[in-house]
Design a protein around this ligand. Structure first.
Ligand code: AMP
Length: 568
């Protein structure tokens, strides 16, 4: 498939257009049954979610006519991306599950090339479902992973020695996130010596599991010593499978108590699960900031980022899963959808022809545009990718960022990647204090005149002796300035030459604040699997929550450097 990328893509497009020829959408653009690229490119416009909202609303309201897809819409997948503050609803068709399954089925053969013996043990993966809603027309709306875990593909998967997971399926399917996590952690502990890999979908999910262990190890150890499950676990579907494996084991209970009672959490993953070969978590894109924290908890285990996917479509996989996180490239699988690429020049999309998958150029950045079997045509996903090379004739991409502007006070536009870089740069100053930034978010505060960037930091002080090692006010001020120095020149020009942006402010929040933020998002309908910390917050209740947890505030003491460009 990768050798024939272009031919496969041509076939995929023809298939999508042929089967959907009678849809209202393709008829509207007078495709008249054409299935070739030239006609498609000439007649079908590139669109965003907002453009499709009227069609999506009709489907949600119960219109069953072939609007976007000739095949019946089986459900809506709720993306973590939002539109006008609401989660995006992606219509999907039943057979898309098979396509997703196909991509999942490639992950193990690829991993086997690099890590032998995965059939000799188990995987401790923390997976969660989220409760579902129905649209006015009665279609289910739920996150893509919930849809997958609840499908027969997952529930009735055949035994595969390479994919034995410690979590019983009912625990994954339990919609009470506490009970689900408790049982998954308990089973992980019971099988601790067989566990060969530990993971979650995104890095944030794995850190949440570690946090859960920190908070609940006493209870877990008590259950293991007694051989009986805590009365907090009330869901019978979860209790029954655990009863089969939970036998009194005082030795294991003592081990857990000895390891967890010291308050020393460095390397906890490898202490609890000593045969772990790698962490299976996505740490690319917005998740990159978790890398130091995961290194700390795992004693530097490799982190495998295996795949790149979204609610709209599963895109591809990392063919070198054991490479460093900074070197991860994803190979887009040409059979998943029809892919086009909008060239980016100087940060802006050029309105020229979209480029086909096989014709992208190494080193260039593009915005991903997809045409799917489920009925999205030339749809802008919003992800920016850089071509790093080719696997056969299929290009490989670094995930650069999700396209959006995070912070803006004036003409400045700071995106997620810039903010991430600035936090990384500033947090280097915390190293002598043995502290790291475990979570951060930002807000463009316009309460003051001029407005300024406010960055909320949650710190992890690695030494259990606590307060003495918190960075001093002077160090924190230097962090503020270091962030400003790392931001783009438009920002610094506004600060220095125009005075239109005030000094950047860091507000340090109490430990656990970002977990509260996640709980809040989940209580409002976010999914644990797909939850990503918002890198910028504007919603007043969330700002109030953050502000009520502030322990200290610090501002940039001087101006950053900025010089006008020399016209040479
Ligand atoms: P959702 O629609 O909620 O499933 O989110 C999909 C989005 O998550 C993608 O469009 C990307 O922006 C991001 N994403 C998914 N997989 C990865 C990955 N491997 N690395 C970085 N970002 C990813």
């Amino acid at each position: 498939m990768t050798a024939n990328a272009d031919a496969v893509q041509k076939k995929v497009l023809a298939e999508i257009l042929r089967r959907n020829a009678e849809t209202e959408y393709l008829q509207r653009y007078n495709l008249c049954g054409a299935t070739d690229r030239a006609t498609f490119k000439a007649k079908i416009p590139m669109v965003t979610y907002e453009d499709l909202q009227p069609e999506i609303q009709r489907i949600a309201n119960g219109d069953r006519s072939p609007i976007l897809s000739a095949y019946p819409i089986s459900e809506f997948l709720t993306s973590s991306g939002t539109s006008a503050g609401e989660r995006k609803l992606m219509p999907t068709i039943k057979e898309e599950l098979d396509r997703r399954q196909l991509l999942y089925s490639l992950l193990t053969p690829v991993m086997n090339l690099y890590v032998p013996g995965l059939d000799k043990g188990k995987a401790l993966y923390f997976y969660f479902v989220k409760s579902e809603t129905r649209t006015p027309g009665g279609l289910l709306a739920r996150p893509v992973l919930t849809s997958y875990y609840k499908s027969e593909h997952f529930k009735s998967r055949p035994y595969d020695p390479y994919n034995v997971i410690t979590s019983p399926t009912p625990a994954i399917l339990c919609s009470d996130s506490f009970q689900s996590m408790y049982v998954q952690m308990l089973c992980g502990l019971l099988h601790r010596l067989q566990v060969l890999r530990v993971g979650a979908v995104f890095a944030s999910g794995l850190l949440r599991a570690i946090r859960f262990l920190q908070l609940h190890w006493e209870e877990l150890a008590r259950d293991i010593a007694a051989g009986s499950l805590s009365s907090k676990i009330t869901d019978p579907s979860v209790r029954d499978p655990v009863a089969d494996v939970l036998k009194p084991d005082t030795e294991l209970a003592e081990f857990i108590r000895a390891e967890c009672s010291t308050g020393e959490w460095a390397g906890i993953v490898t202490r609890m699960w000593p045969n772990t070969k790698y962490l299976d978590v996505i740490v690319t894109g917005a998740m990159a900031q978790y890398i130091p924290t995961l290194k700390y908890y795992s004693g530097g285990l490799p982190m495998a980022c295996t795949m790149y996917a979204s609610s709209e479509c599963y895109f591809g996989l990392n063919l070198r899963p054991m490479c460093k996180p900074s070197e991860v490239s994803y190979t887009i699988m040409p059979n998943m959808a029809y892919f086009e690429f909008l060239p980016l020049a100087g940060g802006a999309c050029r309105g020229e022809e979209l480029v086909d998958l096989a014709h992208v150029e190494v080193g260039k950045e593009y915005e991903l545009v997809i045409t799917t079997y489920a009925g999205l045509y030339r749809y802008r996903v919003g992800d920016i990718l850089r071509v790093t090379g080719f696997h056969n004739a299929a290009p490989q991409f670094r995930f650069v960022r999700r396209k959006n502007v995070l912070l803006s006070i004036e003409s400045d536009k700071t995106d997620e990647a810039e903010l991430q870089k600035a936090v990384e740069r500033a947090s280097e100053l915390l190293e002598p204090c043995n502290a790291t930034v475990v979570e951060y978010t930002s807000h463009a505060s316009t309460k003051t005149i001029p407005g300024h960037y406010v960055i909320y930091w949650e710190l992890l002080v690695k030494d259990s002796t606590g307060e003495g090692r918190m960075p001093s006010g002077e160090v924190m001020e230097r962090c503020c300035l270091a962030m400003e120095e790392a931001l783009n020149s438009v920002y610094r020009q506004s600060r220095v030459a125009d005075g239109s942006i005030g000094p950047l402010e860091i507000r340090v929040v109490k430990g656990g604040t970002f977990e509260e933020l996640m709980d809040y998002a989940i209580s409002r309908g976010a999914s644990i699997n797909q939850y990503k910390v918002p890198r910028c917050v504007n919603f007043p209740p969330i700002l109030d929550l953050l502000d009520s947890r502030v322990v200290s505030t610090h501002s940039s003491p001087t101006l950053p450097t900025w010089r006008p460009h020399r016209a040479t």
